[in-house]
Design a protein around this ligand. Sequence first.
Ligand code: NDP
Length: 286
Amino acid sequence: MTAQIIDGKAIAQEVRAEWKVRADALKARGITPGMAVIIVGEDAASKVYVANKVKACAELGLHSEHIVMPSDTPEAALLAKISALNNDPKIHGILVQLPLPKHLNAHKVIEAINPDKDVDGFHQKNVGALVTGETPFPSCTPFGVMVLLEKTGIAIEGKHAVIVGRSNIVGKPMALLLLHKNATVTICTSKTIDLAKHTRDADILVAAVGKANFITGGMVKPGAAVIDVGINRNAEGKLVGDVDFASVKEVAGYITPVPGGVGPMTITMLVANTVKAAERLSGFNK
Ligand code: NDP
């Protein structure tokens, strides 16, 4: 069997077009959705991610502000910037690019964002609402995975979903979103005994580990949908996922490539969350 490749780029374009309609409807009422991205320091990967976020906003005609602060920025200065953005009517979504330099308390910084503008969905109020199934802002990467599954027509209800990784930004919210769609969910971590036993039982396997080519063909159930969240550089400097694409595509029913799978969806859902924030803040929410 050779798996069907899930084209994240094409699905992202389709989803962006849907959200552009909503953004345009707001603009017709005089409201341009606006996103502010704060980056502290010079992390090379973060700079690329931020540039892509700003580009996606421009594509949909959104207003965006790209705020660069030096790596030795005092916490008080960052909190003051967030406070100003919380009160800025042109800005509906605020995100602080992680990781932050070590002297800054990421938890305190995230909690300073107005939860109604927390388009990353990291504020505790939104995390709590995710648990109860009511968050307006699901975290962008797992939200993007859900949309990929739905647009590809992969059934979720009653299926066994196995997630490898339990981070607050990917693994845990992924588990909750799948659970809300009535999957039976298993979360595996670095402490899991006999990982392959669990992954081989997955109808939907989500890899969010951060280890190049970690999931191999022998760890996958024939016909499974395999979603690769990982972004890693291999020894040759090439971008690769957590899934060994060559061996897994021979076993799986569906597979996402890296690049061109989950990545474009993450940014798309961030823009979607910003449009939704603008709808809610302006009282025009659907
Ligand atoms: P973290 O490092 O925060 O979490 C990794 C998780 O993998 C941990 O829960 C860890 O377990 C688990 N893990 C590590 N080794 C093993 C193992 N041998 N067996 C089973 N589980 C293991 O990473 P993130 O969740 O932030 O990111 C995961 C990957 O996704 C990275 O490559 C990252 O770059 C990528 N990413 C991609 C995005 C996109 O848009 N495509 C967005 C965000 C992230 P434990 O908790 O026990 O340590």
